[in-house]
Design a protein around this ligand. Structure first.
Ligand code: AMP
Length: 463
């Protein structure tokens, strides 16, 4: 079948694939350089027979054994099956779908290069941060291939993104829904030859009101089944999600990595019962006592987050704000500063915080309890990632402690509620010279915060 069909029928580039290509030996590296002992009950990446160029990248990343979601989904994905995967954050699900896609694109090269703006694989994610993180993981995993990866997310320069599509054909396109639709409408992207479609964090797309956009996107791709492989991931399998999955996938393999608890076992969870006026002192004293190095503090509203970030900064703490009111480019810089340790405390709201995928977060602090118990699961998924341990603390006060039973019901974990030791509530010594705090990280000055209008926040949940 001609993969360059121009008519707008489902061309089924996927259905017209030729023989799987089998040899991809990079010049100066061999699998011999990547020894991982076989262990009972664990799959090594070697067991999937991935191309050497992919194994080389995996070796560079220091991955050795497949995580459970990877062990369960990679073989099915490589067999061309549609997948509905239930996976929490931090389980390695991004690499799970990326490894399948990258291998597939290498194994089935096109007879001719695809045209500009016509991706072979499309990954749709609910937030910009998540999309950028996926794109960055894709670049890491395909660094020894010539695959071209482009991300199209809102809040960043349209023309720059367009330029990337014009430079060379795109293989893997990672997007947020709204921005992709702009590109489709302006005919800068054509999805008619997409071979693999990933819908990541489908539950979040649902709760953020993106489903109509996702439907439009899917209508622009080839038919499900032989023409399009569809992988749908969600942290929860509600009836709504399963209905959407049934519409969008074909004879999908349903993979649910059973974990008794929704929250990771690597994360210690504790609730401090305090009054709202005691929370700030508790936060500061707790961080000192526990030597908290990389902390995400969650607030429910962006004004609460902004005020807290400003107060911490004024008091000499290296803190920054991560909420919808921070422009995208600043967010990327802030995340980099947090990753590198220049920022100790990131004060985040749920929508923005969801995109934070950073190793080594030692503490998640729920400065206010989330109103939606699902958000609690996502919040604490920011720590204890990839087998590391982490701590999640809730500050429950007169306004929000009634939410505890709901969180317990959602997570299946009985939370340990205690009154903090008085030493943890002692007044904080003010910094002597308030005009000279620690260097203020890029995103936290009140000027910068207030100059950004609410309308800039395309991540806001629709009303
Ligand atoms: P994710 O759930 O996709 O956000 O992945 C969480 C983190 O785990 C990422 O930083 C990955 O780089 C890392 N990771 C993914 N797979 C593995 C693996 N098999 N071994 C070790 N780390 C991994």
């Amino acid at each position: 079948m001609d993969n360059k069909t121009t008519t707008k029928t489902s061309t089924g580039r996927r259905a017209g694939r030729s023989q799987r290509k089998s040899s991809h030996a990079p010049a100066n590296w061999s699998l011999e350089d990547f020894q991982v002992p076989a262990v009972e009950d664990k799959l090594r990446f070697h067991d999937f027979h991935l191309p050497d160029v992919v194994m080389h990248a995996i070796a560079d990343l220091g991955f050795e054994y497949a995580s459970p979601i990877q062990a369960a989904t990679i073989p099915a994905a490589l067999a061309g099956k549609d997948i509905i995967g239930k996976a929490q954050t931090g389980t390695g699900k991004t690499a799970a779908f990326l490894l399948g896609i990258i291998t597939d694109l290498i194994d089935y090269p096109l007879p001719e290069r695809n045209r500009l703006g016509e991706p072979r694989a499309l990954i749709v994610a609910p937030t910009r941060e998540l999309a950028l993180q996926i794109a960055s993981d894709a670049v890491d995993l395909s660094k020894y291939t010539d695959l071209h990866i482009v991300s199209l997310v809102g809040g960043m320069d349209y023309d720059k993104q367009r330029q990337q599509l014009k430079q060379q054909p795109v293989d893997i396109l990672v997007v947020t829904p709204g921005r992709l639709i702009d590109f489709i409408n302006r005919k800068d992207v054509d999805l008619w030859n997409v071979e693999v479609l990933v819908l990541d964090e489908a539950d979040r797309m649902l709760s953020m009101g993106f489903i109509p956009d996702v439907r439009t996107i899917i209508r622009n791709t080839p038919r499900k089944g032989s023409d399009r492989q569809t992988l749908l991931y969600s942290a929860t399998f509600t009836d709504d999600i399963l209905n959407l999955a049934a519409q969008w996938t074909f004879e999908a393999v349903k993979i649910e990595i059973e974990s008794e608890r929704k929250t990771t076992d690597n994360v210690a969870q504790q609730v401090y019962l305090v009054s709202s006026s005691e929370k700030y002192n508790l936060l500061r004293n707790y961080m000192d006592k526990d030597h908290a190095e990389k902390v995400i503090v969650f607030c429910n509203r962006r004004d609460q987050a902004r005020k807290l970030a400003e107060r911490l900064t004024r008091d000499g703490i290296k803190a920054a704000l991560m909420s919808g009111e921070i422009p995208q480019q600043k967010r990327v810089r802030t995340l980099e500063d947090f990753r590198s340790g220049r920022i100790q405390v990131l004060v985040a709201t749920d929508v923005a915080g969801r995109g934070i995928h950073i190793e080594g977060v030692t503490h998640v602090i729920n400065y206010q309890l989330p109103e939606d118990a699902d958000d609690y699961v996502h919040r604490i998924g920011r720590t204890g990632r990839a087998g590391a341990t982490g701590t999640s603390i809730c500050f429950a006060c007169e306004d929000d402690s009634f939410l505890i039973p709901e969180i317990e019901a959602e997570t299946g974990v009985k939370l340990d509620c205690i009154h903090p030791d008085p030493a943890l509530l002692k007044p904080i010594q003010q910094v002597a010279d308030k005009s000279a705090p620690e260097p203020v990280p890029a995103d936290t000055s009140s000027e910068q915060v207030s100059e950004v209008s609410e309308q800039n926040d395309s991540e806001q949940r629709p009303a």
